[in-house]
Design a protein. Structure first.
Length: 169
């Protein structure tokens, strides 16, 4: 009985230590990525953040930072995938920023589509507006200049959508 308890204790400690090592490694990789972003080396930053995700893909900050790095590197579809995962992981306090970033990513993808791709353009603008509206909903207690800027952006997108949808008919 004593051997079994000792064995279980060792297993428990090993699991705990492994989790600590992973958390430390994730933190270190994220710090290195931030330094690379500051230097403008997006490929190295992305590489570190992807390694961090491989160690633990359930950390909001890593997913959010990876989305921003992908956006800056003009890897829009990967940015969108990463920010959507960040939204899934976000605590309510973080979700606001994630929704805003998702709106920016969708907006950016729409603006970089070819002129002929009206349906995708409209779809991305609608997604951008959905995310901006969620941002505003979570920000309603902090209405400021940014709040008005986002409301104007939603209205501009809505006008673009109406214009494109009229052209599709």
């Amino acid at each position: 009985m004593r051997r079994i308890l000792s064995f279980l204790t060792i297993l428990l400690l090993a699991g705990f230590c492994s989790a600590c090592v992973n958390n430390f490694a994730v933190h270190e990789l994220n710090q290195m990525a931030a330094q690379y972003v500051q230097k403008g080396d997006l490929d190295s930053a992305i590489s570190r953040l992807e390694s961090s995700v491989e160690l633990d893909d359930n950390i909001y900050e890593t997913r959010y930072n990876l989305a921003v790095a992908y956006l800056k590197a003009e890897k829009y579809e990967k940015a969108l995938e990463s920010i959507n995962k960040a939204i899934e992981l976000a605590a309510k306090s973080d979700a606001k920023d994630a929704y805003y970033t998702a709106g920016v990513i969708n907006d950016t993808i729409a603006e970089n589509l070819s002129i002929e791709d009206n349906e995708k353009y409209v779809s991305y603008l609608k997604s951008a507006n959905d995310n901006f509206e969620k941002y505003l909903e979570l920000s309603k207690d902090n209405e400021d200049d940014e709040f008005e800027t986002i409301k104007n952006r939603i209205e501009e997108n809505f006008e673009k959508i109406k214009e494109k949808e009229a052209g599709l008919e």
